[in-house]
Write a protein that binds this ligand. Structure first.
Ligand code: HEM
Ligand SMILES: *[C@@H]1O[C@H](CO)[C@@H](O)[C@H](O)[C@H]1NC(C)=O
Ligand SMILES: *[C@@H]1O[C@H](CO)[C@@H](O)[C@H](O)[C@H]1NC(C)=O
Ligand SMILES: *[C@@H]1O[C@H](CO)[C@@H](O)[C@H](O)[C@H]1NC(C)=O
Ligand SMILES: *[C@@H]1O[C@H](CO)[C@@H](O)[C@H](O)[C@H]1NC(C)=O
Ligand SMILES: *[C@@H]1O[C@H](CO)[C@@H](O)[C@H](O)[C@H]1NC(C)=O
Length: 329
């Protein structure tokens, strides 16, 4: 039995999930929330304080930090490979270049952790904790993070180039989740992370004027959002300008993302197809509807899916890096 608290409409609500995390466990039995209970008892507080500081400087940083954990876990498992600098750096892969952000914040968190407990806590665990705190400090659920990951010794830029793309059809996106032992529930629940953060015009502007050579915008895009986006991202404009992934509640972690999808207000094609594509009818659409109606259900499933994503491993040996950007020695 797991107990969890989170805030809904300003009230603290206590949810008790019977056996929920039976479903989440199994992949990496060696991970344990108490891994550093003796070796770094202040770890949880240090990470949370540093994420708070970063979010006070820029609210969006919460979204950027959870995305780093996602892009880490899908490439060589959750091993902080995304943090490595160098010629094969995953930071240079197309989905990350000029897009993944928060590396300096991770450095700052790591420095604070090293100061308290030198050489003990992996960078991969710091990413998992920072992702959790980003969600809970933005109004979302809070869960116990299993710890004990090791940092990998190599980056994998090719694999990072294969991260899910916003231009892919739903069957391809599902296949990329299945390839790391996640399923359709995980696709929908984890896509709910697009309830906060921003996306660059260049990653959705193909929907705004001449979608797939039709001469017209993406017909699934709601007309008022379409005209707002057409002025934010004009034809031939700067593809680096950003728009909120969830313009209804830009910085809050809530289920508004799913309400948007029911109204044609998904920003990325990969968002809207969870509700509007033909394939969605038999795969993702019912879950989108359920999460749009029931934030508890979304928070419960999101928690479980984050734990499942955090369990992705590649089986290779690793270390506890001293500096998240380079392997030791
Ligand atoms: C389902 C497949 C997914 C696709 C195709 C996708 C694609 C994208 C794209 C294109 C952006 C905008 C990047 C930019 O403008 O530079 C983005 C942002 C973001 N993604 Fe995803 N994503 C997916 C799944 C996820 C998952 C599983 C998570 C986390 C659990 C996540 C969390 C985020 C967050 C929080 C942002 C905003 C980051 C920021 O503001 O810095 N995404 N995603
Ligand atoms: C995905 O896996 C979880 C955990 O095992 C399970 O509860 C859920 O029903 C699965 N979803 C699908 C669509 O198979
Ligand atoms: C839309 O794109 C298609 C294919 O690239 C092109 O043939 C067509 O002329 C474009 N239509 C408009 C209205 O720009
Ligand atoms: C967000 O919504 C506001 C109205 O609430 C609108 O003025 C603005 O243009 C929207 N931004 C985008 C990028 O759609
Ligand atoms: C976006 O910013 C990057 C990094 O500053 C730059 O290399 C790129 O040319 C910019 N793209 C556009 C369309 O302005
Ligand atoms: C969805 O499933 C039903 C019943 O199995 C089937 O008849 C239908 O063709 C499926 N639709 C799509 C788009 O796959």
């Amino acid at each position: 039995m797991k107990t969890q608290t989170f805030k809904v409409m300003g009230r603290h609500v206590l949810l008790t999930f019977f056996a929920l995390c039976m479903l989440c466990s199994g992949v990496r039995a060696q991970l344990n929330p108490d891994s550093y209970a003796k070796s770094c008892p202040s770890l949880g507080q240090i990470v949370r304080d540093q994420v708070t500081i970063a979010m006070n400087a820029e609210k969006r940083m919460a979204a950027s930090l959870i995305r780093l954990h996602f892009h880490d876990c899908f490439v060589n498992g959750c091993d902080a490979s995304i943090l490595l600098d160098g010629t094969d750096s995953e930071k240079l892969a197309i989905p990350n270049l000029n897009s993944a952000r928060g590396f300096e914040v991770v450095d700052t968190i790591k420095a604070a952790v090293e100061n308290a407990c030198p050489g003990v806590v992996s960078c991969a665990d710091i990413l998992a904790l920072a992702a959790r705190d980003s969600v809970s400090l933005s109004g979302g659920p809070r869960w116990r993070v299993a710890l004990g990951r090791k940092d990998g010794l190599v980056a994998n830029q090719n694999s990072a180039n294969n991260l899910p793309s916003p231009f892919e059809p739903l069957d391809a996106i599902i296949a990329k989740f299945v390839a790391v032992n996640l399923n359709i529930t995980d696709v929908v629940a984890l896509s709910g992370a697009h309830t906060f953060g921003q996306a660059k015009c260049g990653l959705f502007s193909n929907r705004l004027f001449n979608f797939t050579g039709t001469g017209t915008p993406d017909a699934t895009l709601e007309t008022s959002l379409l005209s707002n986006l057409q002025s934010v991202c004009p034809l031939g404009g700067n593809g680096n300008i950003t728009a909120p992934l969830d313009n209804g509640s830009t910085d809050a972690f809530d289920n508004n993302y799913f309400k948007n999808l029911l109204q044609g207000k998904g920003l990325l094609s990969s968002d809207q197809i969870l509700f509007s594509s033909d394939l969605a009818v038999n795969t993702t659409k019912k879950l989108v509807e359920a999460y749009s109606r029931n934030q508890y259900l979304f928070f419960r499933d999101f928690t479980c899916s984050m734990i499942r994503m955090g369990n992705i491993a590649n089986g290779a040996s690793g270390e506890v890096r001293k500096n998240c950007r380079v392997i030791n020695n």
